[in-house]
Design a protein around this ligand. Structure first.
Ligand SMILES: [Zn+2]
Length: 129
């Protein structure tokens, strides 16, 4: 991969990173406003959540979404680390070069498409699926 391509992908990763970070802090705010509403029924923050039952469901949704974000954030951060180490763009499992189209679509991926599907199958097996 040439330096120019990598620089382009680095910018994408950094943009993605700040996007996810602001999503995560948005979610944290939502979570806090749910907590506030539960403490104070007169909460006037315009939160549309009606009752405690949906608050719980909403809180669970936020936790799940936040975990997703944090997983992607971890992948983005390690992709940026690999760029600094000079190992970016090669599969972390088999060492093959990851296709440009794949990196263009998912600049944070750590594995080539073959290893990725292998790893996903292994994961599914471990999960008992
Ligand atoms: Zn591979």
């Amino acid at each position: 991969m040439n330096a120019k391509t990598q620089e382009k992908l680095r910018k994408q990763l950094e943009a993605r990173k700040s996007e996810i970070e602001s999503d995560v802090s948005y979610m944290a705010n939502e979570m806090r406003s749910i907590g506030r509403e539960q403490d104070d029924e007169n909460g006037s923050l315009g939160n549309h959540i009606a009752d405690d039952g949906s608050n719980v469901a909403e809180a669970e949704r936020i936790v799940i979404v936040t975990e997703d974000f944090q997983q992607i954030l971890a992948q983005v951060n390690s992709a940026l680390e690999r760029m600094n180490e000079g190992t970016y763009g090669t599969c972390q499992r088999c060492g093959k070069v990851i296709g440009h189209a794949r990196l263009d679509a998912f600049p944070y991926v750590a594995h080539c498409i073959d290893c990725q599907s292998l790893l996903e199958r292994e994961q599914a097996l471990r999960a008992g699926a």
